[in-house]
Design a protein around this ligand. Structure first.
Ligand SMILES: Cc1ncc(C[n+]2csc(CCOP(=O)(O)OP(=O)(O)O)c2C)c(N)n1
Ligand SMILES: [Mg+2]
Length: 819
C-alpha cells in the first residue's frame, strides 16, 4: 500500500527560492509592571525562592568540593559536581510555567534544572498528591528523615524532601532519589516530571523525542523539554533527535487526532562554552544557536533566542512555545542565553576565559538583578525577599547536613548486591495500558496472516523436506510474535528505517502496513542514534517499543544510545524505571566489510543488555514473544542467512499459538556422547553439518547446543553436556577474537575442568574484514574448519587429512601478526 505523497517532476523542477523568516533575538520587551498582569507577588517570590535555592544548593557543593567544608560541616565528596552558578534564571524560567505532566530531560549540568522543576511541581501539585508521592516514593525512605520534627506546611515539607533527595542522590546515599545509583549528573525524579539527566553531552537530544512520541502516540498531556548545552549542538545524535522530531509525517500521514508535530522543546542552555571550547566564534559557525532551526523545517522550529539571565523572558518564551506545541506545530528550538560563572567543574581553572569576562557576568548576575528589579519598582518589599532567601538558605543547609550524616543517610551497603539486582527488571507486563490496541483492519483479513495459515510449520511435509516457499520461516516467526504483542499492548510501536511500506529491509514486517496505523509502525529517518534514543525515551515514559537497525554494522552509529542509554537507565534509576525495548538488529551476509558483521560481542561486553540470537523459527518466535512480554532491553540479533529457513529441529513444528522460551536457556539441538559443539547464531547449521560428517566419516557422536542467547545464559545444560562428552568445540560467525564464545569457553573451563579431556576450542570468523561473497568461505567457519579443528586440537580423527589451518601453531602465528 504506497503512501499518498506523490513526488511530481513538474513540482520539484519549478523555479522558486527558499525563503527564511526572521528569527527573533531578545524580542522580549515587557516591563516588570506589565508582567504584573501575569504574576502575583507570591509568584515573584516563588521565582526568587527557586533561584536562591539553586544558588545556595550549588554554593554548598562548590565549597565542599574546593574547601572540604561548609559553615563548619566538613565533607569530602568524591563524585562530580558540574555546577551551574550563574544559570539559575534560565533554569527557573524554563521550569516555572511547566506543569507536572511536562517532562524535562537534561544534561550533566542539571542540578539547577532539577530543583527548578521540582519546586515548580511542588507549587502546582495539591498537598494530598504531594503527600501521596512522598509517602509512596521508595516507601517513604526519603520522606522519613525530613519529616522528623517538621512543623511547617506540606509544601515546605515537599521542598525539604526534594532538596534532601537531590543532595542524597549526589552523595550516593540510600536516601537519594535513585538510591545513589544515578548520582550528580544523572539525578531525576519522575513523579515531578523530571526525567533522566545525562552525563553524555547531548544524550537527552536523542532520547527526549521518544518521550514526546510517547505523549503523541498514547495521547498523554504535556510537553517534553530537552535541556542541552550549546556545545551539544555539535553532536550527531542531537541533530538526529531534531530530525526525528521534525518529521513531516506527524502532520502529513498520521491521524491528526493524535495532535500533530512532536511536543518537544530543544532548549539550549547557551552558556557559550563547552568545557573550554566556544561554540560561539570558535568550534562552530552558526553564531546563534537559534539559527540552527532555520534549516530544519519551514517553521524554522519556531526558533528564538531569549535572555536567560532574567527568568521572566524565559517564562514568557516557554509559555508561548508550549502553546505552539499543544497546537501540534512542534518541535521548538529555544536558544536560552545564560552564563556559567562557576567553572565547568570545581577543578576548572578558567584558563580559557578572561577574568574580566567573568566579572562582567558576575556584575550582571541574575539573582541580584532580579531582586533589584522587584525592589526598584516597589513590587516586592526588600524584607520579604530577604526573608525568603534566609529561609531557603537555612533549609538548604539543613538538608545538606542531613544528607551528609551517615547515620541518617547511609550509603547502600558495599557488600549488598543492589546494583546487580537492579541491572534487569525481569518483570512481565502483558500491556502497558488498558485501552484497545489500534488496528486498521481485522487481523483475520490481513493478507500475511492468511498466507501464514497455508505455510508448513514442521521440518517435513508428508515425509519430504519442505519447499522453501512453503516453509514457515524465521521471518514469519518474528512477524507472528510481533503481531501477537501488537494486538495486546496498545502502547507497542515499531519503527526504524524502511519499516512501513517496505516491510522492514528484510520483509519481516510485510503485512503490518495494512494492519497498523502510522503511529504504531513508521519509517524513521536514517538516524540510528535517534532510532535507539527515541526507543529509550519512549520506554522510559512507560511504553513498549521495537526499534530496528537494518544492519548490525550500523550499531556504531547508535553507539552511545545502545551502550550508555538503553543499557543503563534501569540500574541508574535503582530499578524504578523499566526499559521494555526490543532492538532488532540484522546481521548481514554477502555484503562485504561494512554490511556483514556479527557484533554480538560488542553488546555482550556492555552490562545491562540482554543479547539473544535465535536462528530457528521455533526459537525466534518463542524468544521474541518472551522479549516482548518482558521489561528489559533485549538486543535481538537476526541473521540474514536464515530468514528464509524453516523449522528443522522441532518435530511438532512451530506452534500457531502463543508460547515463550526462557531467554536464558540454551537449546540442545542434537544429542551426542563424544563431543559438545556449542554455537551462537547461524553457525548452528554449520555445526549440524559438521556433526553429520563426524558421525558419518569417523563414527563420532556430537551433541549440538545452540546458546540462542549470550545474556542471560544458563550454564547448567552446557555443563551437563560437557560432563558427558568431555570435549567442547565452540563456533560462531563472529570474528574469533573477543567473541562471546571465548567467555563461554573460559567459564566452561572453570566449571568443568575435571571433566574435560582438553581445553575447549573456539572457532570464529577470521580476524579480518568481511570479504566479498565469493571469498566468504575463506572467512566464515566452514564444515571443513570444524572437522580440522577437532582433528588438530581435540581428538585426532583417524585418517583425516586437514584441508584448512586450525593448528595451535597457526593460531600463534596469526596472533603474532595481529590477524
Ligand atoms: C559525548 C561527550 N563528549 C564529551 C564529554 C565531556 N564533556 C563534559 S561537559 C562538556 C562540555 C559540554 O558543553 P555544553 O554542551 O555546552 O554544556 P555545558 O557544560 O556548557 O552546560 C564536555 C566536552 C561528555 N561528557 N560527553
Ligand atoms: Mg555550554
Amino acid at each position: 500500500m504506497p503512501k499518498s505523497i506523490i513526488i511530481a517532476p513538474e513540482r520539484v523542477f519549478s523555479r522558486e527560492v527558499i525563503r527564511f523568516s526572521d528569527i527573533p533575538v531578545n524580542a522580549y520587551a515587557k516591563s516588570v509592571e506589565e508582567e504584573l498582569a501575569s504574576y502575583s507577588t507570591d509568584d515573584l517570590l516563588g521565582i526568587w525562592h527557586d533561584m536562591c535555592a539553586i544558588r545556595e544548593f550549588e554554593t554548598i557543593l562548590n565549597e565542599i568540593k574546593t574547601k572540604g567544608a561548609y559553615k563548619g560541616i566538613t565533607y569530602a565528596h568524591a563524585g562530580p559536581a558540574h555546577l551551574s552558578i550563574g544559570q539559575e534564571a534560565a533554569a527557573v524560567g524554563m521550569a516555572f510555567s511547566l506543569e507536572p505532566d511536562d517532562h524535562v530531560f537534561g544534561s550533566h549540568r542539571s542540578h539547577g534544572e532539577i530543583l527548578a522543576k521540582g519546586f515548580s511541581a511542588i507549587r502546582q501539585l495539591a498537598d494530598d498528591r504531594l503527600l501521596a508521592i512522598m509517602t509512596s516514593y521508595r516507601d517513604g525512605a526519603i520522606l522519613r528523615p525530613v519529616e522528623k520534627g517538621h512543623a511547617g506546611t506540606v509544601k515546605q515539607l515537599a521542598r525539604r524532601f526534594f532538596i534532601y533527595g537531590a543532595y542524597s542522590e549526589i552523595f550516593a546515599r540510600e536516601t537519594g532519589f535513585n538510591r545513589g545509583l544515578g548520582g550528580s549528573m544523572h539525578a531525576f525524579f519522575a513523579p515531578f516530571g523530571i526525567y533522566p539527566n545525562n552525563a553524555i553531552v547531548g544524550g537527552s537530544g536523542s532520547m527526549a523525542p521518544g518521550a514526546a512520541l510517547f505523549k503523541r502516540v498514547n495521547r498523554k498531556p504535556g510537553i517534553v523539554v530537552a535541556n542541552i548545552g550549546d556545545s551539544s549542538f555539535g553532536c550527531g545524535p542531537v541533530w538526529e533527535g531534531i530530525t526525528f522530531s521534525a518529521m513531516d509525517q506527524y502532520r502529513t500521514l498520521w491521524d491528526q487526532a493524535l495532535g500533530g508535530g512532536l511536543p518537544i522543546v530543544f532548549n539550549c542552555m547557551n552558556n557559550f562554552y563547552g568545557m573550554g571550547g566556544q561554540p560561539f566564534g570558535e568550534t562552530m559557525g552558526m553564531q546563534y544557536i537559534a539559527r540552527l532551526g532555520a534549516g530544519v523545517n519551514p517553521e524554522q522550529m519556531h526558533a528564538e533566542r531569549v535572555n536567560g539571565y532574567d527568568p521572566l523572558p524565559v517564562i514568557d518564551a516557554f509559555t508561548r512555545k508550549k502553546q505552539v506545541l499543544l497546537e501540534g506545530r512542534g518541535p521548538v528550538l529555544l536558544d536560552t542565553v545564560t552564563y556559567r560563572i562557576s567553572g565547568h567543574s570545581p577543578s576548572d581553572a578558567s584558563s580559557y576565559r578572561s577574568k574580566e569576562e567573568i566579572e562582567r557576568w558576575q556584575q550582571a548576575d541574575s539573582i541580584p538583578a532580579f531582586r533589584n528589579k522587584l525592589i526598584a519598582k516597589g513590587i516586592v518589599a526588600e524584607a520579604a525577599l530577604d526573608a525568603v532567601r534566609a529561609e531557603v538558605e537555612a533549609t538548604t543547609f539543613d538538608m545538606f547536613k542531613l544528607a551528609v550524616d551517615l547515620g541518617v543517610s547511609p550509603r547502600v551497603r558495599i557488600d549488598s548486591d543492589l546494583v546487580g539486582q537492579v541491572m534487569f527488571s525481569n518483570q512481565r507486563v502483558e500491556r502497558f495500558d488498558n485501552r484497545a490496541p489500534e488496528f486498521l483492519q481485522n487481523l483475520a483479513d490481513n493478507p500475511r496472516v492468511q498466507q501464514l495459515r497455508g505455510k508448513i510449520r514442521t521440518p517435513t511435509d508428508g515425509g519430504q523436506p519442505v519447499a522453501k516457499m512453503k516453509a514457515f520461516n524465521v521471518r514469519d516467526a518474528i512477524f507472528e510474535a510481533m503481531l501477537h504483542r501488537f494486538s495486546i499492548d496498545p502502547t507497542m510501536i515499531a519503527f526504524g528505517e524502511e519499516n512501513r511500506d517496505w516491510g522492514g529491509a528484510f520483509a519481516v514486517y510485510r503485512g503490518l502496513t495494512e494492519a497498523l496505523p502510522y503511529h504504531r509502525l513508521f519509517n524513521s529517518p536514517i538516524s540510528e542514534a535517534a532510532i535507539v534514543g527515541a526507543a529509550v525515551g519512549y520506554a522510559l515514559e512507560g511504553g513498549r517499543v521495537v526499534a530496528e537497525l537494518m544492519y548490525a554494522d550500523f550499531m556504531g552509529r547508535a553507539g552511545d544510545e545502545i551502550v550508555n542509554q538503553l543499557a543503563k537507565w534501569q540500574a541508574m534509576s535503582a530499578g524504578q524505571l523499566t526499559m521494555p525495548v526490543v532492538l532488532r538488529v540484522s546481521v548481514g551476509a554477502k555484503y562485504g566489510a561494512q554490511h556483514s558483521q556479527d557484533f554480538t560481542a560488542l553488546v555482550h561486553h556492555v552490562p545491562g543488555l540482554k543479547v539473544v540470537y535465535p536462528v530457528t523459527p521455533y526459537d525466534a518466535k518463542g524468544m521474541m514473544n518472551a522479549a516482548l512480554a518482558g521489561t528489559d532491553p533485549v538486543v535481538f540479533f537476526e541473521s540474514q542467512r536464515v530468514y528464509d529457513v524453516g523449522e528443522q529441529f522441532v518435530e511438532a513444528g512451530v506452534p500457531e499459538g502463543y508460547y515463550e522460551i526462557d531467554l536464558a536457556e540454551p537449546s540442545i539441538k542434537r544429542l551426542g556422547t563424544d563431543l559438545t559443539i556449542i554455537t551462537l547464531g547461524p553457525a548452528l547449521y554449520t555445526a549440524v553439518a559438521a556433526a553429520d560428517e563426524l558421525q558419518k566419516q569417523y563414527g563420532l557422536s556430537s551433541e549440538v547446543v545452540d546458546l540462542r542467547s549470550a545474556i542471560p545464559l544458563n550454564y547448567e545444560p552446557l555443563v551437563g553436556s560437557v560432563k558427558k562428552t568431555g570435549r567442547v568445540l565452540l563456533v560462531s560467525d563472529a570474528v574469533e577474537r573477543g567473541s562471546v564464545m571465548h567467555t563461554v569457553s573460559a567459564n566452561l573451563t572453570q566449571l568443568c575442568f575435571d571433566d574435560l579431556d582438553g581445553p575447549p576450542v573456539v572457532i570464529g570468523s577470521r580476524n579480518w574484514i568481511t570479504p566479498a561473497p565469493e571469498l566468504e568461505a575463506s572467512f566464515v567457519p566452514q564444515v571443513s574448519w570444524l572437522l580440522d579443528a577437532v582433528h588438530e586440537r581435540i581428538l585426532p580423527l583417524p585418517g583425516h587429512q586437514p584441508t584448512t589451518k586450525q593448528s595451535l601453531d597457526e593460531l600463534t602465528r596469526r596472533e603474532r601478526s595481529g590477524i
